[in-house]
Design a protein around this ligand. Structure first.
Ligand code: TXA
Ligand code: MG
Length: 319
C-alpha cells in the first residue's frame, strides 16, 4: 500500500523521514510530480528505475532547496549563476560538472561526470527538500513510457503499491517538465525544451545552441560520446575467465580472475544496479596491465534490463 500524505508540515516531515530512510516518495513540483529518492543513496536510486520499469539508466535530475545547496555539489560558472538568479526557483535544470567529493551516487547521473540540478518552483517542494537535507533525485513519477503525472491521483494510478508514499501537493501548475540546459562545456546547449523558453534563456546568457538529449544520443549502443566508457575492453556473458581478465561478478564469482568487483554476491539486481557504475570505474582504475573485463551473466529481467543495456554500451566497439 502506498501512503497518501497531506502536503502539510506533518506530511512533509513524514515524507522527509521516509526519503532519508531510503524509501521512494512521490511529490509535486511546479512542473510534474517527481518520484523522489535520496540521491546520495545508490540503492534508493536503483529503486526508482525498478519502480518505473525503465529498461535503461538515464541521468536523473537532482532537486535542491536553493542555488547554494545545488552549487555545493556541482561547479557553477557565470552563466549558471545568471540563470539561477533569473529562473530559480523554477522549471529550469542545469547540467554542470560534479564537484570533487560530490556525495551524489554515480547511478543518479548514470555514471556521467555531470549532474542535472534544479530548484523547484513551489515552496512546499522546497520545504520538503530542506527537511530532507540531501539532494533528491526525481524523474517524473510514472511508469516508463506513460505520460507524466500532474496530480497525486495520476501517481497512484501508475505507481500505487510500488512506492512507499505520495505527498498530495495538488495539481502541478506548469504541467510540462523543466527545460534542461547544459552549461558544463562553457557554452549553453539546450537538451530538453520545457517550462522556460529558449528565448527567455537567451535574454540572460546570449546564444543557446540546440543539443541532442542524452537518451536520444544513446539510442544505439555504439554512441557513447558523452557517456563513460571503461578503457578496458568489456566482454559480456562470461562463463569463464580468459587469460588476464578482471571480473565483474554477479553471484558466486568465476574462478581465475586476479581482480574482482562483486556487483551482488547474493544475485540481487537492485544491489547490482547500485554498484554498477562504481564497479566499472573501480575495475578500470585498478586494472592496469589486464587484458579486459569479463562480465558474468546478469538475468534479463527487472533491473537486469537496464544493467544489461548499460553493459552493452560499455562493450560496444568505440569509434
Ligand atoms: O520537471 C522536471 O524536470 C521533472 C520534475 C520531477 O522535477 N523531472 C524530470 O526528471 O523530468 P528526469 O529525471 O525524468 O529528467 C531527466 C532528463 C534526462 O533524460 C536528460 O534529458 C536530462 O534530464 N539530464 C539529467 N541529467 C543530465 C546530465 N548529467 N547530462 C545530460 N542530460 C541530463
Ligand atoms: Mg519522464
Amino acid at each position: 500500500m502506498t501512503e497518501l500524505l497531506a502536503d502539510d508540515a506533518a506530511g512533509r516531515a513524514r515524507a522527509a523521514a521516509l526519503l532519508r530512510a531510503g524509501e521512494l516518495v512521490g511529490f509535486g513540483t511546479e512542473t510534474v510530480y517527481g518520484l523522489g529518492a535520496d540521491a546520495t543513496n545508490a540503492r534508493a536510486v536503483a529503486g526508482i528505475f525498478a519502480a518505473k520499469g525503465r529498461p535503461h539508466f538515464n541521468p536523473l535530475i537532482c532537486h535542491y532547496p536553493d542555488a547554494a545547496a545545488a552549487f555545493a555539489d556541482v561547479e557553477d560558472n557565470a552563466a549558471a549563476r545568471a540563470l539561477a538568479a533569473a529562473f530559480w526557483p523554477g522549471p529550469l535544470t542545469m547540467v554542470l560538472k560534479r564537484r570533487e567529493g560530490c556525495p551524489v551516487a554515480l547511478l543518479t547521473g548514470a555514471g556521467l561526470e555531470t549532474l542535472g540540478v534544479r530548484v523547484p518552483g513551489n515552496a512546499n517542494a522546497r520545504a520538503l527538500l530542506w527537511a530532507v537535507g540531501r539532494p533528491v533525485a526525481a524523474p517524473s513519477a510514472n511508469r516508463s513510457g506513460a505520460v507524466s503525472p500532474t496530480t497525486a491521483g495520476h501517481v497512484l494510478e501508475g505507481l500505487g503499491g510500488r512506492i512507499t508514499a505520495v505527498l498530495d501537493s495538488g495539481p502541478c501548475p506548469v504541467g510540462v517538465e523543466s527545460t534542461v540546459v547544459d552549461l558544463s562545456g562553457g557554452r549553453a546547449v539546450l537538451l530538453r525544451p520545457g517550462g522556460v523558453s529558449r528565448e527567455a534563456l537567451e535574454a540572460v546568457v546570449g546564444a543557446v545552441e540546440m543539443g541532442v538529449p542524452i537518451l536520444g544520443a544513446l539510442r544505439s549502443p555504439g554512441m557513447l560520446a558523452s557517456h563513460y566508457a571503461p578503457g578496458l575492453k568489456v566482454r559480456l556473458g562470461a562463463r569463464e575467465v580468459r587469460g588476464n581478465e578482471a571480473l565483474l561478478a554477479f553471484g558466486a564469482p568465476l574462478a581465475g580472475a586476479g581482480l574482482v568487483f562483486q556487483l551482488s554476491a547474493v544475485g540481487d539486481l537492485a544491489e547490482a544496479a547500485a554498484n554498477l557504475f562504481a564497479g566499472l570505474r573501480w575495475l578500470d582504475s585498478h586494472g592496469e596491465g589486464l587484458s579486459g573485463i569479463a562480465v558474468m551473466v546478469v538475468p534479463e529481467e527487472g533491473l537486469g534490463l537496464a544493467i544489461n543495456d548499460r553493459l552493452a554500451r560499455a562493450a560496444a566497439p568505440r569509434g
